[in-house]
Design a protein around this ligand. Structure first.
Ligand SMILES: [Zn+2]
Ligand SMILES: [Zn+2]
Length: 254
């Protein structure tokens, strides 16, 4: 079932839990290797895979990220497929055709695989919003199986943009070249800007699967510091809790 929604500035944000599970053996490593210098003990890391549904006062619907996809998804080698996004949307009372905008934070297979169902666009009436830099970097199965089928519905942006009234995207590169975050009111849907809560206490802690670890660390520090200053609500893809109110100090509420 979807997590409980919150309402900010007259806009409802509902976390949709596409899947919960550990990384598969293809890419799993001890936590201390995934987050070098973190001092994390070697315990199983259970990831949640959250997407976020935004419903504004006029009823317009925006979906942020599309999850891990079906059993044959490009994420199947490492993520707990199939994802349950379709059922989560149905439980929230939404049909795929009602989604007007899909924001993809980036093109990793656990965020973008739900753009298609059986090779066809899963959200037939939506614009799919991506940063141009992310599109430029797309290769292999992600390009062939996810981007090409939605070609006619792509909406590329470059940097900051308002993609639906009150819904903004902002380039936050490093995890991938064109990684972006989405904002609505005081909520920041941050994709893979932060992977593990240990990076809230120390944004300099790197993640081994960030494409450009130095840029990712710099972006993480800058964005988190700005979000802390406004005591924003962080909505991550992979934490257990879908919302977390940032405090001004580096200590956080969980
Ligand atoms: Zn990612
Ligand atoms: Zn991810």
């Amino acid at each position: 079932m979807p997590h409980r929604p919150i309402t900010v500035s007259g806009v409802e944000v509902t976390p949709l839990c596409d899947a919960v599970g550990p990384m598969g053996a293809a890419i799993r490593r001890p936590l201390a290797e995934m987050f070098p210098g973190s001092g994390l003990q070697d315990e199983q890391w259970v990831l949640h895979f959250h997407c976020y549904l935004i419903r504004d006062a006029a009823g317009r619907l925006t979906l942020v990220d599309t999850g891990i996809g079906g059993a044959d998804s490009p994420a199947a080698s490492w993520a707990p497929v199939p994802g349950t996004l379709a059922g989560e949307l149905a439980a929230a009372g939404v049909a795929p055709a009602e989604i007007g905008t899909v924001v993809l934070t980036h093109l990793h297979s656990d965020h973008a695989s739900g753009v298609v169902t059986d090779g066809r666009p899963a959200f037939e009436n939506a614009r799919y919003v991506l940063q141009q830099a992310e599109l430029d970097a797309a290769r292999g199965p992600v390009l062939d199986r996810l981007v090409t089928p939605i070609k006619g519905q792509l909406h590329a942006v470059d940097g900051d943009a308002e993609v639906s009234p009150g819904v903004h995207v902002r380039l936050a590169p490093g995890h991938t070249p064109g990684h972006q975050i989405a904002r609505v009111g005081e909520v920041a849907m941050t994709g893979d800007l932060v992977l593990h809560p240990v990076q809230l206490d120390d944004p300099a802690i790197r993640y081994v699967y960030d494409d450009d670890q130095e840029t990712a660390a710099r972006t993480r520090a800058e964005v988190l510091s700005a979000l802390r200053a406004e005591r924003a609500i962080l909505a991550t893809a992979h934490f257990g809790e879908p919302f977390l109110r940032l405090q001004e100090s580096s200590r956080h509420d969980v």
